[in-house]
Design a protein around this ligand. Structure first.
Ligand code: 3PG
Length: 356
């Protein structure tokens, strides 16, 4: 995989930069700019080297999925970018930094369509993938494009691979904390890391599946629709589950204090901690366990433990507590982080490895 930092002369070079600017927007304002800020080092570097930048990204919002608010936000952050809705007008536009409208307005994007990829490639001289969070998708601007234009990995992209790969050869004791829901997407991680980690703490709705498998009455708690066979893990001493809960009626909504005490003991022992997913029903306000966990992990980082965290709700907690700089590494990825950890690669990485 070629790295953009190894390209010596970028003066006057047109660089197509695939970013992941899929950020939360409310009333036309960006409400969490973590991913945008993580793109700034590459943008500023390319700009200073004299390159002309064409920034491309998708955005998924319920109403009006446009990148216009992101363009406004870039300006606030000191990036003088011009927003362009019409891809065909880019060639005639002499601005040094152009942000193009949502890639997913084009049918070819999600289909990994070669014709669309070729059109995108024709806009520039080289391509950089700085969009790790969408690199688990076989989309035109992530995969097919690399067949038509010299392609490079961006700064954050490389950092993601380097830091997440630490989990494959971690320092021990290694504690893996896995929360959230959708066990079907997370079971491959349990399967893989049960061999590598010293302890896996399962929280969030995932733990409810374990309780159900053990025959515990979980009342109205959120569980996976189809029962998952967890029999091989039920008596595994590496797996830790919550020992008390916050309830709403009969539904488990968050972990209780005894569970946090148990987690703290494990965190204090660990040299390497990987965390993805909230411990409670975060989106309905049951955040206490997740917030406390963020603080405990930030303290663990101070005492020298390696802490790698990621996932949408996990990032929201960290942002709420202003703890973004308090961990060894905060991944910008959600699904991509999980897929990379499970498989050790992603379609976007493989595309760069094969690229022209
Ligand atoms: C994300 O937010 O996880 C990425 O931007 C990918 O978005 P997607 O799930 O809509 O492909």
């Amino acid at each position: 995989m070629k790295n953009i930092k190894d390209v010596e002369n970028l003066n006057g070079v047109k660089v197509l930069v695939r970013l992941d600017l899929n950020v939360p927007v409310m009333n036309n304002y960006v409400v969490d700019d973590f991913r945008i800020r993580k793109a700034l080092p590459l943008i500023n570097y390319l700009y200073k080297k004299g390159a002309n930048l064409i920034l491309i990204s998708h955005i998924e919002t319920k109403e009006n999925p446009t990148l216009e608010p992101v363009a406004k936000h870039f300006k606030k952050l000191g990036i003088d970018c011009v927003f362009e809705k019409n891809y065909k007008k880019v060639i005639a536009n002499n601005s040094r930094i152009i942000l193009l409208e949502n890639l997913r307005e084009h049918e070819g994007e999600k289909k990994n369509d070669k014709k669309f990829a070729k059109e995108l490639a024709s806009l520039a001289d080289i391509y950089v993938n700085e969009a790790f969070p969408v690199s688990h998708r076989e989309h035109a601007s992530v995969c097919a494009i690399t067949e038509f234009i010299p392609s490079y990995a961006g700064f954050q992209f490389v950092l993601e691979i380097e830091h997440l790969s630490l989990a494959f050869k971690p320092d021990h004791p290694f504690l893996f904390i896995l929360g959230g829901a959708k066990f079907d997407t997370k079971l491959p991680l349990v399967e893989k890391f049960i061999k590598v980690a010293d302890k896996i703490f399962i929280g969030g709705a995932l733990a409810n599946d374990f309780f159900r498998a053990k025959g515990v009455d979980v009342g109205d708690s959120l569980v996976s629709e189809t029962e998952i066979n967890l029999s091989q893990y039920l008596n595994n001493e590496k797996i830790l589950l919550p020992v008390d809960h916050i309830l709403k009626g009969t539904a488990i909504m968050d972990v209780g204090m005894k569970t946090m005490d148990l987690l703290r003991v494990e965190i204090d022992k660990a040299k390497f901690i990987l965390w993805n997913g909230p411990l409670g029903a975060y989106e309905t306000g049951y955040k206490a366990g997740t917030l406390q966990l963020s603080e405990i992990l930030a303290d663990a980082t101070k005492r020298g433990a390696e802490t790698i965290v990621g996932g949408g709700d996990t990032l929201a907690t960290i942002a709420e507590l202003k703890l973004e700089d308090s961990f060894t590494f905060v991944s910008t990825g959600g699904g991509a982080m999980l897929d990379f950890l499970a498989k050790g690669t992603l379609p976007g990485i493989e595309a760069l490895e094969k690229s022209v």
